[in-house]
Design a protein around this ligand. Structure first.
Ligand code: IVH
Length: 679
């Protein structure tokens, strides 16, 4: 830069710095101290001004600018990075006796040295580590398998409670660890919006937090209103940090981290128990989820003396809360009929407050479940909600059972069409066999067929399908491909389908003919054949003719296809009306074979090394799986290795070698995504 342009841009640089500092201050006051110092409009105006300047003068933009909070950068993939310090987990227990043992053992090991404990909340979210150098955030990494995690820095920058630059005094180089949690109110609002937009809601705030950190679009992550709760500080130079855990967290708070105030120094087991007791009840008033209490030795110089066990430190332990349980009257049972005719009983409960939400309904699964639980008319049911947000019926509150209560009589006829229900041998559920005449089944099948994960005919929502069905135009999925423009125009109560929407609809139907074969298999809606099962069947048989001709025994050879599914598939294809539908779909031009028909597996020509312990597979299973997909398995890392699949407790030599040779290290999940075609 020459002298003149340096002078030219100086006022701009100053203005940008001033805006950044002011926005940082306002953010801090808002998120850390709950104080709003300016109106939202004023805040947005400043943010926009800074964004505009950064666009005009990109060379002056800071990578830690508060504009990063809004996101906008796209994560192409999440680079795998090795943790500088392994991310250990904690020993955990549900039993107070084990906490007493932990306390007694610690006291004994420390042999008269004075010390204390800290008790704090065990946040139910996703663990991440943040590296700060010279007071600036340089990297954010998920826990991963403890050794290697995903670099999620861009998304982490959008979380307002993660400081981008630190205030006051700070160690020159350290890592801040904590949990990214999804506060309940933001979680529920986001899930409601997802449902409104036809997206699958997240099962619980933890999954939602984890999914949000992996979003490709950081602007989307910025909208998620995640929160970071810091719980740990470490660094290459321990002497640069305070010598108590509580002192470290207090310092972190002054640097600008969100450190929850619920941390207490406890001198003995009585105080620890009192803390646990308090939070076992008070946890339901928190705006975010916790699943226990973490107890740590407060004096950090004692940590070394206590040392580590195989995978967790001996100076800390987690006490986990049991799932919360309530008892509430069963008011009635509804029976829902799904697209495959399966009947699901649902308990209508007297509304009850449980773990942050009101519960009104819970599934009773099937007739067997009701019988095994011995549920009687007028019973109070015990409902539990653990980490999962979905409430479960776990039993009957026997103390409140009425004398002479009669067992629930399960329906024998379809609640929708009156047909006697059928129960197949070896299957727990009963179903309505009237697949062609039972309304929820007909509409359900059509809805499934056009769904996003199936044929993805977006313009056909449930209402339109009802409309086409009641107009007598569409009774089964093949009828969709016979629709003509003139049949559509003027349909609907106020003739809602006009030229444009008729054309759009026909175009969407036409486009669905390009949907790959595996999704066509899924779209057929065969009982028990989910997205993954359909993919496996499609890849194994490669085309519709082979799939249709397969016997139940042959079908059961396919990985993840059990006997019950195999039988359902062969019976489905045995029915002449189904064969006829398939033939009509074929004639319409849908994909009836996969492009891997000629090629081998996805790992053709690759050599993989596996190391450590896996969640989905045993060692032998993952090796067999690699070979099934065309890959070779080797015992040691070399220049020819395509991937090192890293499990938990992977040996350090393999990792070092892979890093040295530039071999890509992938997690088990990435492996699964790769062979299942998502990578
Ligand atoms: S301390 C070496 N403190 O629980 C000790 N962990 O197995 C590091 N967690 O994955 C952990 N709240 O993500 C600590 N207040 C807290 C915590 C906490 C939640 C998570 C953590 C870890 C797991 C322990």
């Amino acid at each position: 830069m020459d002298l003149f342009s340096a002078i030219d841009t100086e006022p701009v640089r100053q203005r940008m710095e001033q805006l950044a500092a002011e926005l940082d201050r306002l953010n801090h006051e808002y998120y850390m101290n709950d104080r709003s110092l300016v109106s939202d409009e004023e805040f947005d105006r400043m943010m926009r001004e800074l964004q505009d300047l950064e666009r005009q003068y990109p060379e002056l933009a800071s990578p830690l600018s508060p504009t990063k909070r809004v996101g906008g950068e796209v994560n192409r993939s999440f680079r795998q990075v090795e943790h500088r310090f392994p991310m250990l987990s904690l020993g955990n227990t549900y039993s107070i006796e084990e906490i007493e043992d932990f306390e007694a053992r610690t006291r004994k090991l420390l042999d008269g040295t004075p010390f204390s404990y800290t008790c704090e909340l065990k946040y139910d979210g996703v663990a991440i580590g943040l590296t700060y150098r010279h007071g600036r955030l340089v990297q954010a990494v998920t826990r991963g398998n403890g050794t290697v995690g995903d670099d999620i820095t861009t998304n982490a920058k959008t979380i307002p409670t993660i400081p981008l630059t630190l205030r006051g005094d700070y160690p020159d180089d350290f890592e801040a660890r904590g949990e990214v949690v999804y506060p309940f109110d933001a979680f529920e609002a986001m899930n409601r919006q997802r449902e409104a937009e036809g997206d699958e809601p997240f099962a619980n705030p933890r999954n939602a937090a984890s999914g949000s950190l992996k979003l490709q679009d950081s602007a989307e992550c910025a909208k998620r209103k995640l929160m970071f709760c810091m719980y740990f500080m470490m660094g290459p130079d321990e002497a640069a940090l305070p010598d108590t855990h509580a002192g470290r967290l207090e310092w972190a708070r002054q640097m600008g981290f969100k450190v929850q105030p619920y941390i207490q120094e406890c001198k003995d087991i009585h105080e620890i128990k009192a803390f646990i007791d308090h939070w076992d009840r008070a946890r339901f008033d928190l705006p975010f989820g916790i699943d226990g209490i973490v107890i740590k030795v407060n004096q950090t110089p004692l940590w070394d003396r206590l040392g580590l066990t195989a995978k967790s430190p001996r100076w800390a332990i987690a006490f986990k809360f049991k799932a919360e349980r309530v008892s509430t009257p069963l008011e009635s049972i509804s029976y829902q009929v799904g697209r495959t005719g399966i009947v699901t009983p649902v308990a209508n409960l007297s509304p009850v407050w449980l773990g942050g939400t009101t519960v009104r309904r819970a599934t009773l699964v099937n007739a067997d479940f009701i019988r095994k639980m011995d549920i009687c008319v007028g019973d109070h049911l015990l409902i539990e909600k653990g980490g999962e947000i979905i409430p479960k019926v776990v039993g009957v509150d026997m103390e409140r059972r009425q004398p002479g209560a009669m067992p629930v009589q399960y329906v024998t006829r379809c609640p929708e069409c009156g047909t006697p229900l059928v129960r197949l041998e070896g299957e727990a559920g009963s179903y309505c066999p009237n697949s062609d005449g039972c309304h929820p089944q007909i509409i359900g099948r059509l809805e499934h067929f056009v769904g996003r994960k199936a044929m993805d005919i977006e313009s056909l929502g449930p209402e339109r399908l009802e409309l086409l069905y009641s107009a007598g135009l569409v009774h089964n999925v093949a009828d969709l491909y016979d629709l003509r423009r003139e049949q559509l125009i003027g349909l609907g109560a106020d003739a809602t389908i006009q030229d444009r929407s008729a054309d759009n609809l026909l175009a969407a139907i036409e486009a669905s003919k390009q949907v790959p074969f595996e999704r066509v298999v899924f779209a057929l809606g065969i009982r028990y054949v989910g997205e993954v099962g359909a993919k496996k069947l499609a890849r194994y048989f490669k085309n519709m003719d082979a799939l249709m001709a397969a016997t139940a025994d042959e079908l059961a050879q396919v990985e993840d296809v059990g006997e019950v599914t195999a039988r359902a598939v062969s019976e489905w294809f045995a029915a002449p009306e189904h064969r006829q539908i398939v033939e009509r779909l074929r004639a319409a031009g849908l994909q009836m074979s996969g492009q891997w028909a000629a090629a081998g597996g996805v790992l053709d020509g690759m050599t993989l090394v596996v190391s450590g312990v896996f969640d989905h597979f045993s060692r032998d299973e993952i090796k067999a799986d690699i070979e099934r997909h065309g890959g070779k398995v080797s015992g040691s890392v070399s220049g020819k290795t395509s991937f090192l699949v890293a499990g938990d407790k992977m040996g350090p030599e393999k990792r070092q070698k892979a890093v040295k040779l530039g071999v890509q290290i992938i997690t088990e999940q990435q492996y699964l995504d790769m062979v299942n075609g998502q990578a």
